[in-house]
Write a protein of this length. Sequence first.
Length: 284
Amino acid sequence: MLKQRVITALVLLAILLPALFYPSPIAFAVVILVLMTAGAWEWGRLNGFGNPGALGIAAVCAALCGGSWAAGWLSKPLPMVWIAASAVWVLGGVALLRAGVAGWPRIAAPLRLIGGVLALWLAWMAAVQARMLGINYLLSVLVLVWVADVFAYFAGRTFGLKFTKVKLAASISPGKSWEGVWGGMAGVLVLALVWVWADRHYGAVVPSFYSLLQGKGTWFLLLAAVFMAAMSVVGDLIESLIKRSVGVKDSSGLLPGHGGVLDRVDALLPTLPLAMMLSWFAHS
């Protein structure tokens, strides 16, 4: 299993890194479009569709991405889109987690299906717009999610249930603890402050996500970083809730040793649109 994970990770990095650092954002947009289309195929399978139906859903997602690209939306500010997406993620995420595993099947099937495709499409648009803002900006958002996950894992392993006696979401993801969440938030706070310092020290031409937020004050930067870390946990928990509801361990086997695409991007689905919304607010 470990060998599979390492090989898959190396292959993904060999594809993603050249696309990320390519002078034009087009290469990155294409690679992420492929990933989101694969995620839409997985979403169709999780919603009970066979392979032909899931491929149709993947085609719809690809068409949405391609259509918005052709319409020139990627080069336009979309504040109302990001505000609406953020509001749905925050309010909908709270509602889903409160309802728990049993609440997922009670949502109308068309609404579940459409919601997932829209989430993938919006995350794709946010990722590409972030790349168009600059590599430093995009990396600062991606690393935030990774740091939150890594610090949460080690804090949970080290301090889990030592300060609280109640797990974060026992019926959804039994391995997660509140101590892990706090550890992830602490890691993100350190990351934000260090990245702002690095931008200033090295004279970054393109501002990072954190430097943009710093324009509204350090208090705003720290609150926004904690909020982003919290929403990355929400994205992870919602995908776990859905998988538990339909009785599967992974969203698919597309990424040997890692599960599926949705298993790798679940925390990014809410945080990418949120980053665009917060950046617009800080810039305005």
